[in-house]
Ligand binder design. Structure first.
Ligand SMILES: [Fe+2]
Length: 189
């Protein structure tokens, strides 16, 4: 099943000022506390895994409501943050081959959440996903989150205009039952 859902920033923040404050603080925190990975020539990447404690990232760093949102959304405490990366494609680079981030093994299933730290569109390296055998570009504003089934074929596109398109990619491990409920709920309209 191929599903995703975009949660607008207004879902998480009361107003633009609050949103901008958190995003600015988070970008500063990442720059000051992490060193670059240099594992992809076309993008700036940080591994944020050591911000995960007991399966949970300090989600308040991302926004004050995301932690509650995730727990409520999945209706379960058996939701664990498995993997955290920051990614920002460089100008005229960053295009990724379409890929799956996670192949189900040992019964473990993952959902993937992208937390946008900048507006994302067709021109600054936005995410594209395969939907009904067609490539679909995703556009959303900074502060929004995209929740996606990890088995969706997807990739970052080329950053054509050089504008920053930072996001945090969160892999969320869930049980098969939770995954099933979740897939039903994020089914495309
Ligand atoms: Fe990916």
């Amino acid at each position: 099943m191929e599903t995703y859902k975009v949660f607008d920033w207004k879902f998480f923040f009361h107003n633009e000022q609050e949103k901008n404050k958190y995003i600015t603080e988070l970008k500063g925190y990442i720059n000051n506390n992490y060193s670059e990975l240099h594992d992809q020539p076309g993008a700036i990447r940080y591994n944020l895994d050591n911000a995960i404690h007991g399966g949970y990232f300090d989600l308040f760093l991302l926004n004050p409501h995301l932690n509650d949102f995730l727990l409520n959304y999945f209706k379960s405490t058996s939701v664990f943050i498995k993997f955290l990366r920051y990614r920002n494609p460089l100008h005229l680079a960053g295009e990724q081959e379409l890929h799956f981030d996670w192949i189900v093994k040992d019964g473990e299933i993952r959902m993937e959440m992208f937390v946008l730290l900048d507006d994302m569109d067709l021109y600054n390296g936005g995410l594209v996903i395969m939907q009904n055998e067609k490539l679909k570009p995703i556009e959303a504003e900074a502060g929004s989150c995209i929740l996606m089934d990890s088995s969706i074929l997807h990739g970052g596109s080329k950053n054509k205009n050089g504008k920053s398109r930072a996001l945090i990619d969160i892999h969320i491990g869930v049980t098969p039952e939770v995954n099933e409920q979740c897939l039903k709920r994020i089914k495309l309209k």
